[in-house]
Design a protein around this ligand. Structure first.
Ligand SMILES: [Mg+2]
Length: 263
């Protein structure tokens, strides 16, 4: 992994070769860390930079959140939005959903019941129902309760297969979603195809679900992870979420000083 700010000329050279698009994760990439994920926001200065960038290039925000939630939080017309890791997306004002099977639907109901039970059992659990995805956040659960909770989550995880559901544990969140092929990688490839296959792209993300995109976009993407992690498939890294802003500002400056439009 290479540090973005150490090799800006390399990135600049690559971007100047051809048209490019910008794909962005939301939580902990565009939005700073908050205790309660319901309170995550897009900082004002980031919003201004994104609006500026949108005058030059196409931008997509790809999130694990519900489509409606991610749209409301970013709230910039003209951006392509994908929610639930691509299970739903909005492009050019048209909203599309990937339908999930009845089996998975029934499974999500069962899981929600189990999550609610855990919520009653332990303090500090926050459940997010994103219709096609369920998330149980346990950042605020005491360290004393955590081992037992994790054991309970593992028990739930074992049940998921028969409902064609998949459980992912990351960053103090246990997420359950249908084992459909939609992930941040497939939706990224789909979106760039719709963007007429630009030769170049930048993808910035911080989490485990972004790894699907890092892998899918390996060939021609400038894949950037927020936070260095040598296990990541991203080629580049930024040290923290604050540096995302700094990088986007640099990008805007680069585009503002370029004559031709790269849309
Ligand atoms: Mg994230």
């Amino acid at each position: 992994m290479e540090y973005v700010f150490k090799k800006l000329p390399t990135i600049k050279a690559q971007l100047q070769k051809s048209r490019f698009v910008l794909l962005l994760d939301f939580d902990l990439t565009l939005s700073p860390l908050v205790k309660n994920p319901a309170k995550a926001i897009l900082p004002k200065d980031t919003k201004i930079i994104l609006k500026g960038l949108l005058r030059h290039i196409l931008i997509a925000v790809i999130s694990g959140r519900k489509l409606e939630g991610i749209k409301r939080r970013v709230n910039i017309p003209g951006i392509i939005y994908a929610g639930n890791h691509g299970l739903e997306y909005e492009m050019n004002g048209v909203i599309k959903n990937t339908l999930i099977s009845n089996t998975s639907h029934a499974g999500l109901k069962v899981v929600k019941g189990k999550f609610l039970k855990l919520k009653r059992k332990y303090n500090g659990i926050f459940i997010e129902d994103k219709k096609t995805i369920l998330a149980l956040h346990y950042r605020s659960v005491t360290s004393k309760d955590k081992p037992l909770l994790l054991k309970n989550l593992k028990e739930i995880n074992v049940l998921l297969g028969k409902y064609r559901l998949l459980g992912v544990l990351y960053k103090k969140t246990f997420e359950v979603r249908p084992t459909s092929k939609k992930d941040k990688g497939t939706i990224s490839l789909f979106i760039i195809k719709k963007m007429h296959d630009p030769k170049n792209l930048i993808y910035i993300g911080d989490g485990r679900t972004d790894e699907d995109a890092f892998v899918a976009l390996e060939r021609n993407g400038i894949t950037i992870r927020v936070g260095k992690n040598n296990k990541s498939k991203a080629k580049w890294y930024l040290r923290n979420q604050k540096e995302v802003n700094k990088f986007l500002r640099w990008l805007l400056n680069l585009l503002n000083h370029r004559d031709k439009s790269f849309r």
